[in-house]
Structure formats: C-alpha cells, structure tokens
Design a protein around this ligand. Structure first.
Ligand code: ADP
Length: 180
C-alpha cells in the first residue's frame, strides 16, 4: 500500500494543485496533502486559512487527508510513513527546481521516492501568484480556483462578490496592469 505526501505552500490552493491531488489519489492508496506552515516567502493566507481552503477543495477525495507541517519535508514524509513525495511540473523552471530539491531530499532520505506529475496544459501558466494578482485586480478567476477560494480572495482584496471584472479596483503595481 503506497502512501504519498503532496507538500506545498498552497497560498491558496488552485485548480492546478487540485488536479495533481486528484491524479495522485487515483494512483496511491493514501495521499497526505501537506500545507507548509512557514515558508520563507510572504503569504496572503495564514496557515489556518490555507488549510481550510485545501480541506474544502479536496473534500471529495476520500483517501486524501489535509495537514500542516513545518521543518524538513522528508522528515514529515518519514513521520507519516510516506513512500513517495508528489510534486507537479509546469515547465523547465519547475523541473530544475524539483531536480535540485529532489537530489537533496534523496541524500537526506533515500527511501522516499519522488514522483512528479506533468500538469495538464490548461494549468501550465497557473500559479498561486498569478491567481492572487488577477484576483486583486478584479479579473475573472472562475476557471482557476473553486468558489470558496475565489470568495476568500475577494474578501482579502475587499472586492464585492459580483461583477468583479467590471469593478474598478485600486491600482496596484502589477505585471498584469499598466504601470504609470
Ligand atoms: P511551492 O510548493 O513551490 O511553494 P506551490 O504551493 O504553489 O509552490 O506548489 C505546490 C506544488 O504544486 C508544486 O509541486 C508545484 O510545482 C505544483 N504546482 C503549482 N502550480 C501548479 C499547476 N498550475 N499545475 C500543476 N501543479 C502545480
């Protein structure tokens, strides 16, 4: 019985992450979806919020449990008796990063395998960063994240729940908006 750990920041979870979780849950007996507690980057959602959004987005997957962790991912894999770490690959940059982290993890815990899933084409450009940026500017994110995540984003950015696209929002410095 193979148990997999799918770790990440998930700030917030989006459809690309959900797709990988669904595909992993179809292959592995159990999947631990692990939200990293304190990554060295600025977050929009705190740990409890990221956990709650992930739990609601993955509730349909009965063999997936959502948890949080801190410290080394391989140590958390060992604590959970996970045989495999699951990651998603969108592009060469992801490949290079996973190759490097995977090498270090193999050095630290050679019994834990790395299993990378190529993401499906429609999610190849999607990241939590892009999702947050488009949401902050009032763009349409309906194909990128579940309703609960979109509502949480609107709440964070003080946007109304309807007519997002036509609403005028405060100017932010963004690669997706004109710079003045
Ligand atoms: P990180 O774990 O690097 O902080 P994320 O939490 O965004 O970043 O991503 C968690 C995992 O999900 C990583 O393996 C990442 O490559 C993968 N992932 C991110 N975006 C997508 C996507 N659009 N499609 C499939 N997998 C993705």
């Amino acid at each position: 019985m193979t148990r997999a750990l799918y770790p990440g920041t998930f700030d917030p979870i989006h459809n690309g992450h959900i797709d990988i979780a669904e595909r992993a849950s179809a292959i592995f007996a159990e999947v631990v979806f692990a939200v990293y507690d304190a990554p060295p980057k600025k977050l929009l959602f705190n740990t409890e919020e990221r956990l709650a959004l992930a739990r609601s987005a993955l509730a349909h997957l009965t063999n997936v449990t959502v948890t949080t962790y801190t410290g080394l991912t391989v140590e958390y894999a060992r604590q959970n008796a996970a045989d495999v770490i699951v990651r998603g690959l969108r592009n060469i940059a992801d490949f290079q990063s996973e190759h490097q982290i995977g090498g270090a993890n193999h050095h630290l815990a050679s019994e834990v395998e790395l299993c990378c899933f190529f993401c499906h084409g429609e999610y190849a450009y999607l990241s939590s960063t892009i999702l947050k940026e488009v949401a902050s500017l009032g763009g349409d994110t309906t194909l990128w994240a579940p309703d609960a995540v979109q509502l949480a984003l609107r709440d964070k950015f003080n946007l109304s729940e309807t007519n997002l696209s036509s609403r005028s929002v405060p100017r932010r410095r963004s690669k997706l908006a004109h710079r003045g």
